[in-house]
Design a protein around this ligand. Sequence first.
Ligand SMILES: Cc1cc2nc3c(=O)[nH]c(=O)nc-3n(C[C@H](O)[C@H](O)[C@H](O)COP(=O)(O)O)c2cc1C
Length: 248
Amino acid sequence: MIEQGIGAKFQEETKYDPYRVRKPGDSESIPPAEPFKNYENPVAVFSLPDPDLSVGANLWEILRKRRSRRRFHTERSLSLESLTRLLWAAQGATQRYGRTLFRTAPSAGALYPVETYLSVRSVAGLAPGVYHFRPQAFDLEQLRDRDHSIDLARAALGQAMVADAQLTFIWTALLGRSRWKYRQRAYRYIYLDAGHIGQNVCLAAEAEGLGSCMVGAFFDDHINALLGVDGTEETTIYLSCVGIPVHG
Ligand SMILES: Cc1cc2nc3c(=O)[nH]c(=O)nc-3n(C[C@H](O)[C@H](O)[C@H](O)COP(=O)(O)O)c2cc1C
């Protein structure tokens, strides 16, 4: 017997069908949420250098080599140049059209509900802490000014690689950016959007000679609390730890 629960109900209720794309109650209008998030009083704002994209990489070779890496050289630091390219791969702006900032990864309706945060343990030239990335300014807003990698590893069900990695990406979704248009189906699209961003980071990490591992297993509200987001309107959906891999 198929297990009955919210999953099957979710799948059913977020299906489009040709006769009824809009569901009951969908006609009331919902105002769209702000497309860009800015903090009023960050601890500090760190401007990032322009990413040097002239370094080159062979996409086919990277696709062939990519693997989830879970062991990292803990004593070494990631370079700021690498971090800059990783962030650009995640959500770098590639074109502006009116208020829309097209990015390196696709997004349903170009609504970009996903926000990128970083837990930094060891990056040369960047203090350990928790940061919020702003694609529109290409900078980092510092939210916390100490290393939280152990807290994050505990929140990731005790996965040691999260404590060992030089940094961990944390992706949240701001539901209000998608829901006014896609209603309940927005809950599907946020995960698809995050998957595209995550894959860009996996491939960019491989291109940098780094290792990454996606993380879907975590205590959601522990990470929401670390970021100071409410877990409803903005909630953590995915992580990726990145570090200098130990091969073999
Ligand atoms: C949605 C998702 C969640 C994942 N969560 C975890 C995780 O919490 N911990 C972990 O060690 N690996 C996690 N992984 C990595 C997978 O275990 C890994 O991709 C899989 O074993 C295939 O290996 P490969 O990535 O080396 O090709 C996750 C991958 C995906 C796509």
